[in-house]
Design a protein around this ligand. Structure first.
Ligand code: SAM
Length: 225
């Protein structure tokens, strides 16, 4: 689907029709964050309740004040269908940024329009991603996540607070050139017969290990529905 074919207020494509709220009842609130169209027509977007009727720009600005210290990156040489779901999970866990390495075009379907609230940055190759992360005011460690020979255990490592998890694609896994620029590779322990798990499942596990280590789970920002 092209950007301009999307519904104007990005309703959940598969959710129940009653998601969100109808037109604002009573006198309209004052403030720059309110979106006049949403107040008038209702807000059926896939957003948490605290952002109902807010403009997209106001939501992104608010998220920017409290983004987490982890980044997520995925190689995109074959239009991997996992990228959309990784973007959605990165939104849910409030990643600093999402990086796409390789082709600029990616399948947005699984993102459920969550990419609009995320900073998605493109890099021609993994070396460019690595130099970008190292150029930041507070450099970010780049960890390759793949079950390769020699990978250390994600479960028992001490995660850096500022980190970027880099994932490979279904099939080839992390490319050789990506491995070369990582500050180490780390695997998720498996116990069954399959060689690997799905890349977006691996990404969710890695992101959540950061959440368990560093996120403020007691504050109002930890949304549980
Ligand atoms: C389907 S796997 C790729 C192939 C995999 N290396 C193999 O030997 O079958 C796709 C991506 O998912 C992630 N992944 C899958 N299983 C993983 C695991 N157990 N530990 C870490 N990453 C994993 C990695 O980023 C990997 O590049």
């Amino acid at each position: 689907m092209h950007e301009d074919e999307r519904a104007p207020y990005d309703p959940m494509p598969h959710g129940p029709p009653e998601v969100g709220l109808g037109p604002w009842q009573g006198p309209w609130p004052e403030g720059d964050q309110w979106d006049a169209d949403l107040l008038r027509d209702g807000d059926r977007r896939n957003v948490v309740d605290r952002y109902r009727y807010w403009t997209l720009a106001s939501i992104v600005a608010d998220l920017d004040t409290r983004r987490h210290g982890f980044h997520v990156a995925i190689e995109n040489w074959q239009h991997d269908f996992n990228i959309g779901t990784i973007v959605r999970t990165a939104n849910a866990f409030l990643a600093a940024e999402v990086h796409i390495v390789g082709n600029r075009r990616w399948n947005r379907r699984g993102a459920m329009v969550t990419d609009r609230y995320q900073h998605v940055r493109h890099h021609p190759d993994a070396a460019a991603l690595a130099s970008y992360l190292r150029s930041l005011d507070e450099p970010v460690r780049l960890l390759g996540i793949d079950n390769l020979p020699g990978s250390l255990h994600l479960e028992t490592m001490e995660l850096p607070q500022r980190v970027c998890f880099l994932f490979g694609q279904e099939g080839p896994g992390l490319s050789e050139s990506a491995r070369e620029v990582c500050d180490g590779t780390f695997s998720i322990a498996q116990f069954g017969s399959t060689r690997s798990i799905n890349a977006s499942s691996a990404a969710a596990i890695a992101m959540h290990s950061w959440v368990r280590a560093y996120a403020d789970l007691a504050g109002d920002d930890a949304w549980r529905g």
